[in-house]
Design a protein around this ligand. Structure first.
Ligand SMILES: Nc1nc2c(c(=O)[nH]1)N[C@H]1C(S)=C(S)[C@@H](COP(=O)(O)OP(=O)(O)OC[C@H]3O[C@@H](n4cnc5c(=O)[nH]c(N)nc54)[C@H](O)[C@@H]3O)O[C@H]1N2
Ligand SMILES: Nc1nc2c(c(=O)[nH]1)N[C@H]1C(S)=C(S)[C@@H](COP(=O)(O)OP(=O)(O)OC[C@H]3O[C@@H](n4cnc5c(=O)[nH]c(N)nc54)[C@H](O)[C@@H]3O)O[C@H]1N2
Ligand SMILES: [Mo]
Length: 742
């Protein structure tokens, strides 16, 4: 028997699921993964591991794991699939998709993904080789995840900003250049649970240990809010009003950084005028947070020498979320916190390497202007929304699904779904997504397990690899890392391998430059001056060198702009609190607040019927969205879908702790087990999303109980922001509780 060998790799995608890039040590014995341990040498996580990574062996070798390509036999929903060879799978897909392309044009196939895993690279590679402009996070209403925040940052400051927890420095907290933030606002963010957006949540706790004080903005109580100097317990979806109120205090009490504003800010006078519309009494009435507390938090943030804001997806799910993000950006700007140690540092993909063409800018860099022009002619939403056209490479997802249903203005005939459980967790108005997707002539799903989406819709299912079973690369901020294949499970292939093979069949001409996938990786790594194998020899990760990809104060040193002049990468060279880019997109150049589409004031009649504001989807360490419910070590910790109900609400509805209840509104109802807790306020309930039961019948109509448990059957669809991105109703839908049997 072989002795166990320990390999190091970096996490991204299946297994853990999250957006992070932790270093992990994989203990491999007889070709099988035996155990996982955090890699203490990797600066990202410094030896730590989450429950999902620790349960990786149960995930990889789960008896339900799909390990061979499958084709559907019988009708959709019958749940009958047969194994086929990879050759047959690739040949069938090539033929069916080429037929659609010939008859209807490449735009008639939608390439759909879920959240930011290692998928944007392979998926765009395939979609563009096929020729389709319609790449989308299908179902995620308003693309309400990070895109609105990113779009606003790009427009207002020309770059992206994150809390400086020393993550760009190899020595981390020991680097003498770094200082901890004095104050961190955790805004719609629960860092210990989610690690979203290429940020390791525990970094916040590391900073707290080094003295950082917390201001928490969250309608619920969490581990973080319990340790905060101020917990602003606002009404869901009112973040924009709060940010405007804090700006009002900071500007009117003259607490802003005059030197930074005079030198680097464009349009401060107009911002000053705008914030006068948000006096504290008005803001307190909207947000339900006390005026004195808002003022105290604003003063504390502005008074700190080093302050930063760590924000989460609830911002994107506010109405007109790009304006909300804009307001929050103004907070870190006028307090002079940009690109200073312990402030809001500028984050760029490490070494200038593009893992995938995230923005229009990167699309042009990787594929050229000609492709961009071609894609824009048919991209769904590009005509309606300049931000869809000019900032991000996505199609507008609410419009895509409507078009799948109506066939107008042009028909959609096929869907390629990879790393997305559209019916089981991603899509608002989930039943409508089922109906529209069911109209497709041909659907491929690439996944690791069956779920409601594969069962209901797939004609072919392709088995994907976990991070331990694949080679890939990662340049989401820093460090630049490679992921290295350590084991093989069944016939599973990585998303890159699958898409590379098919892309070559759809577009042999422009893909012939790369004989192998490693050649393509080497090409992508070129800006770093290293090949994949060299990266492997040098430990698998590299921190960015001095220059545009490493802090601090790059705007002063002429490191941000293409022309090499000092300043920011915007048209005025300054941070545009009055945003010229928004203006050119026909959006309000100044930040503002809009009431959620459903609320006591927006829809009083609906509120009378459904008086509870339903927050969904606060993350748990145990599960990634709709995943991991079949993993015994994780499920045993949270076996049932819970709804958090305040004791007063429970009395009002006569509900006991542990009782099964309905959550309902005009769209339908779903089952939940009541957890009576003061974590939520009386008028709010919270429930996790992504529930379907892998132990239940997979075939239709049961589809693993999805229509009984999937909260998005009662979350409405397009209430999109004016920018086309943001405003999904995942945190602000109205509902009520009902006892079972009623
Ligand atoms: N009610 C409610 N709904 C929400 C949210 C909410 O807060 N509330 N949040 C929304 C947000 S922000 C997002 S981003 C979406 C996320 O939505 P999704 O990204 O669709 O969520 P997952 O459930 O993780 O589904 C991913 C699927 O891909 C598979 N998978 C995982 N890793 C890989 C891989 O490496 N390769 C392949 N081929 N497959 C893989 C998994 O098995 C799973 O079936 O959900 C949204 N839905
Ligand atoms: N383990 C695990 N990690 C994950 C995920 C997962 O499913 N599981 N999903 C990943 C994805 S795709 C994403 S987008 C991120 C999301 O992770 P985050 O960005 O952290 O977002 P949430 O967990 O939805 O919410 C964080 C906090 O915001 C509060 N909140 C809810 N509504 C509002 C509101 O209207 N305003 C304010 N200010 N706060 C509100 C919630 O009570 C919660 O405590 O996590 C990523 N990481
Ligand atoms: Mo997300």
């Amino acid at each position: 028997m072989d002795a166990a060998t320990t390999y190091r790799t970096v996490v991204w995608s299946a297994g853990a699921g999250c957006h992070g890039g932790c270093g992990q040590k994989l203990v491999v014995k007889d070709g099988r993964l035996a155990q996982v341990e955090g890699d203490e040498d990797n600066p990202w996580n410094q030896g730590r591991a989450c429950p999902r990574v620790l349960a990786l062996t149960q995930y990889m070798y789960h008896p339900d794991r799909i390990t061979r390509p499958l084709k559907r036999v019988g009708a959709r929903g019958e749940g009958r699939f047969e194994p086929i060879s990879w050759d047959e799978a690739f040949d069938t897909i090539e033929k069916r998709l080429k037929d659609i392309r010939e008859k209807h044009g490449a735009e008639s196939v939608v390439f759909a993904q879920g959240t930011g895993r290692d998928i944007g690279g392979p998926l765009t590679f395939l979609a563009y080789a096929y020729g389709s402009p319609n790449w989308a996070q299908l179902g995620l209403s308003g693309q309400s995840c990070y895109t609105p925040r990113l779009g606003s940052m790009k427009a207002v400051m020309g770059d992206f900003g994150v809390v400086d927890c020393s993550q760009f420095l190899e020595k981390r907290y020991d680097d003498p250049q770094w200082q901890p933030p004095e104050v961190i606002i955790t805004w719609g963010q629960h860092p210990a649970n989610g690690c979203p957006d290429a940020f390791f949540g525990h970094w916040i706790i590391d900073c707290m240990r080094r003295g950082s004080k917390i201001i928490a903005v969250d309608p619920r109580s969490t581990w973080t809010t319990a340790r905060a100097a101020h917990h602003l317990q606002i009404r869901p979806g009112t973040d924009g009003a709060l940010a405007m109120g804090m700006l009002n205090v900071i500007i009117n009490e003259d607490l802003y950084d005059h030197e930074f504003v005079d030198k680097w800010v464009h349009g401060f006078a107009q911002l000053r005028e705008r914030v006068q519309q948000y006096p504290l009494e008005k803001v307190a009435a909207i947000t339900e947070a006390p005026a004195e507390q808002i003022a105290a938090a604003a003063r504390m943030f502005a008074g700190a020498k080093r302050g930063a804001i760590h924000w989460g997806v609830p911002i994107d799910m506010c109405a007109d979320s790009t304006a909300v993000a804009h307001a929050i950006i103004c907070l870190w700007t006028i307090t002079g916190n940009i690109d200073i140690p312990g402030g809001q540092v500028i984050a760029r993909p490490s070494h200038g390497v593009s893992t995938y063409p995230y923005s229009t800018e990167e699309l042009v860099q990787l594929y050229g202007e000609e492709l961009r022009q071609r894609l824009m002619k048919k991209r769904i939403g590009a005509d309606a929304y300049p931000m869809v056209r000019d900032f991000r490479g996505w199609a507008q997802p609410d419009m895509v699904i409507d078009q799948m249903f109506t066939g107008k203005p042009y028909p959609i005939k096929g869907a390629w779904i990879q790393t997305a459980n559209i019916l089981g967790g991603q899509a608002a108005r989930a039943k409508f997504h089922f109906e529209a997707l069911n109209k497709m002539e041909f659907v491929v799903v690439v996944d690791l397990f069956h779920n409601p989406t594969t069962m209901a819709l797939a004609d072919i299912v392709l088995p994907a690899a976990t991070f331990a079973e694949k080679d890939s690369l990662r340049a989401w901020w820093a460090p630049l890392s490679i992921i290295q294949k350590r084991v093989q499970v069944g016939e599973c292939k990585s998303d890159w391998e699958i898409n590379f093979e098919l892309a070559r069949r759809f577009d042999p001409e422009s893909t012939k430059r790369w004989a192998t996938l490693k050649d393509l990786f080497d090409d992508r790594l070129r800006p770093a001056g290293l090949t994949f194998n060299e990266m492997a020899e040098q430990g698998g990760w590299k921190m960015p060198p001095e220059g545009p990809f490493k802090p601090y104060r790059r705007h002063e040193r002429g490191l941000l702009r293409r022309d090499g002049k000092p300043g920011f990468s915007t048209s005025t060279g300054k941070v545009e609190v009055y945003c010229e880019t928004f203006k050119s997109w026909d959006l309000d150049p100044l930040p503002y607040y809009r009431e959620p589409p459903q609320s006591a004031t927006s829809t009083p009649e609906l509120f009378e019927k459904y008086p509870l504001v339903m927050i969904t989807g606060a993350r748990s360490q145990l599960y990634f969205h709709s995943e991991h419910r079949m993993i015994p070590w994780l499920r045993e910790k949270m076996p049932d879908p819970l709804v958090e109900v305040h004791p007063e609400t429970a009395v009002r509805y006569g509900v006991q702790d542990g009782e099964w209840v309905w959550l309902e509104n005009d769209m339908g109802r779903v089952k939940r087990k009541a957890k009576i807790t003061r974590q939520v306020k009386p008028g709010h309930v919270h429930t996790m999303h992504g529930w379907w039961l892998p132990e239940r019948e997979g075939k239709a109509p049961d589809l693993f109980g999805v229509w009984e448990y999937q909260i998005n059957t009662i979350v409405p669809g397009p209430q999109c922001s004016k920018s086309g991105f943001g405003g999904g109703q995942y945190k602000t839908t109205l509902c009520r509780l009902a006892k079972m049997g009623q």
